[in-house]
Design a protein around this ligand. Structure first.
Ligand SMILES: *Cc1c(COP(=O)(O)O)cnc(C)c1O
Length: 476
């Protein structure tokens, strides 16, 4: 009451009078009455609380409207925005992991805006199953195996543990009690699923005998977790998958491998010999293998489980499967992505695969052409060059070794302390935002993760950002 009175005394306008002004009508049309009213209330309350003696009359109204617009912008601007990824990290978790192929995107859009056969059997004109849309392509990729898909690999593992080991023990080596990517911790997922973790061995050495000794009447499964972004080197020992599969078979329990990366073909040509493919793990005797849909597979966010048909059926019948099921857009994109793999056209069609396997010579050519086009507009303030470097696969998928690339480097010329940092920030705050890296006192751009069709836009963004960063912030 007292502050309202004080407000009136200082000539602060009422909410209603502001809403009646013509600029407010314009804002209401753009953002809706509820949001605008709320913004006006907040700005007026702020003014009353500040208690400062500011302008009054028309000047005050103009300033209030500016503040109201700013408040509305903050509340209504989309936070999920397109960016250019010039980091060279292909499966960049913070930038959305895999980009869908145009074909997969079109299928997702088709499913989104049409009626579809999501759960409809055209043959019989009756209710069908949404599972068939991934079962069919998975059966082509993994003949004789069963398969299903849920929301992500964490859910896939959660479902398998819940359905096959709820209230019973799961044997896992201490060397595989890992955290992967954004807060995916194996012991936490295990606890949440209701399975009981039975840790064996040590961080660096776990033998087949350790597994054999731990198996008892309470044991529901043997689990192997691919450590992904983490390696134990030196004095180490790990039981072979084929041996674990044999032991599990003898004792009548399933052997599950959380492979994670979704690696479907050998990475040996890229110097990554120790990344097992899903098919290899199945051949070595794994009963089930779980992996992500949006890492090396290059599809939408999903978690896939492939393996023994009877176990897949148990997963499908568990109530968790319904809780974790995929939506129609993801199903459509995943179906299309898996079909590209079974046609063998993944390196042409799927962006993640195309980017990873882009020949070094092609990147070098692109980088040199890009650098030479950048040199003139940046001349004087920035030195542009190219040098050898490394791209990363990222996403907790075989990341410890890089892939040879050619980087475009930009360094501040003369006394511009922290010039590269200013440029990096200017790139980040541009439109579209460009995400780059600072390395050894230079800003580096890796074109591996930039589509050729995005190069022009990147060039313009860099020129604009370089002008801003080089002139103390004012855009020219
Ligand atoms: C990435 C990864 C996960 C988590 O997968 P999401 O699809 O992000 O849920 C789990 N296990 C392994 C081995 C992984 O590499």
């Amino acid at each position: 009451m007292a502050t309202n009175q004080a407000g009136r005394l200082r000539g602060i306008p009422s909410v209603d009078s502001i809403l009646r002004e013509p600029p407010a009508a314009d804002l209401i049309e753009r953002h809706g009455r509820a949001l605008v009213t709320e913004a006006v209330r907040r700005v007026l309350a702020g003014l009353r609380e500040s208690g400062e003696a500011g302008p009054s009359g028309q000047a005050l109204r103009a300033r209030l409207l500016e503040k109201i617009e700013a408040a509305l912008r903050q509340r209504t601007e989309s936070s999920l925005e397109r960016v250019l990824n010039a980091t060279g990290v292909v499966v960049h978790t913070n930038l959305g992991r895999a980009r869908l192929s145009p074909a997969a995107r079109d299928r997702a859009a088709m499913a989104a805006s049409n009626w579809t056969t999501l759960e409809y059997d055209r043959g019989g004109g009756e209710r069908g199953s949404r599972s068939v849309h991934v079962e069919r392509p998975l059966a082509n990729l993994f003949p004789g195996r069963g398969g299903l898909a849920v929301n992500n690999n964490a859910s896939a593992l959660f479902l398998a543990l819940g359905a096959l080991a709820r209230g019973r023990e799961v044997i896992l080596s201490r060397g595989e009690l890992v955290e992967i990517g954004g807060s995916f911790r194996i012991p936490d997922v295990m606890a949440a699923s209701g399975a009981i973790l039975r840790e064996i061995g040590t961080t660096n050495r776990t033998r087949l005998a350790d597994y054999a000794e731990a198996i008892g009447p309470q044991t529901a499964m043997i689990l192997r977790v691919h450590p992904s972004n983490y390696r134990i080197v030196g004095f180490t020992e790990q039981a072979a998958e084929a041996d674990l599969a044999g032991l599990a078979r003898d004792r009548g329990i399933p052997f599950l491998v959380d492979q994670g990366s979704g690696c479907l073909e050998s990475m040996a040509p890229l110097g990554m010999q120790d990344e097992p493919t899903v098919a290899e793990l199945l051949e070595r005797g794994a009963d089930l293998v779980t992996f992500s849909g949006d890492k090396l597979l290059g599809g939408p966010q999903a978690g896939l489980v492939v393996g023994r048909p009877d176990l897949i059926e148990r997963l499908r019948r568990d109530p968790l499967y319904r809780v974790l099921r995929l939506d129609k857009m993801t199903l459509a994109a995943l179906e299309n992505t898996l079909d590209a793999w079974s046609r063998g056209t993944q390196r042409d069609e799927i962006p993640v695969q195309r980017m990873i396997h882009q020949p070094a010579a092609a990147i070098e050519r692109r980088a040199k052409a890009f650098a030479s086009r950048l040199a003139a507009p940046l001349a004087g303030r920035w030195a542009v060059a190219t040098r050898e470097g490394e791209s990363r696969i990222g996403g907790g998928a075989a990341p410890e070794r890089g892939i040879a690339t050619t980087l475009v480097t930009i360094a501040a010329v003369g006394p511009v302390p922290g010039g590269e940092d200013l440029l990096e920030a200017a790139l980040r705050s541009g439109a579209p935002p460009v995400i780059s890296r600072i390395h050894g006192g230079e800003l580096v751009l890796d074109l591996r993760t930039v589509e050729p069709g995005e190069e022009e836009e990147l060039l313009e963004a860099v020129v604009r950002a370089a002008r801003r960063a080089g002139s103390g912030g004012s855009e020219t």
